[in-house]
Design a protein around this ligand. Structure first.
Ligand SMILES: [Zn+2]
Length: 93
């Protein structure tokens, strides 16, 4: 007879926010510091997130995309949205 002790008390796996999801993906730069999460807003890569070395004075050169590049069609959709947004912003001024 074996007395197996199955501990089933911990139920801390119910968090499901996207913030936690992204945190799980984040990496450290070559300094061993958690790299900064930045959202690109260039025409070429709109809303694409990447990580970069957080040290500004002595950048170790760490740079990595988190999101995959958007397919061309979606990329154009986002760009159109950004353009519309900008126009609306202009109108509000
Ligand atoms: Zn670094």
């Amino acid at each position: 007879m074996e007395g197996s002790s199955a501990g089933s008390g911990n139920s801390g796996l119910s968090r499901n926010s996207s913030a936690r999801c992204i945190e799980f993906l984040l990496k450290d730069c070559y300094h061993g510091v958690r790299a900064r999460l930045i959202t690109s807003n260039t025409e070429r890569n709109p809303f694409r997130r990447f990580q970069k070395c957080p040290v500004t004075k002595n950048d170790c050169g760490f740079y990595e995309w988190i999101d995959d590049e958007l397919p061309q069609f979606q990329n154009e959709c986002v760009r159109n949205m950004m353009r519309t947004n900008r126009n609306l912003d202009e109108q509000l001024k």
